[in-house]
Design a binder for this molecule. Sequence first.
Ligand code: ZN
Length: 61
Amino acid sequence: MSHVVPVPRATGVPDQLSALCGAVLRRGETEWLSTLRGMPCERCLTVASRQAAAEVLRPAG
Ligand SMILES: [Zn+2]
C-alpha cells in the first residue's frame, strides 16, 4: 500500500510518520518511493487532492 506522507520539518529520521489518511508508518516498516508505484491508498489520495484544490482556490493576497 502506498500512502502519501507530508515531509517532516524535523531533521533526522523520525521513529514514525503519519500519512494523510491517519495511518502511522513506523521506521523499518516503510520504504521511500521517489515515484508513484504500487497500490495507492485511496484515502490519502482523497485528502491530497482536497489539499491541492484548497491551494489552487486560495484567494490571492
Ligand atoms: Zn493512506
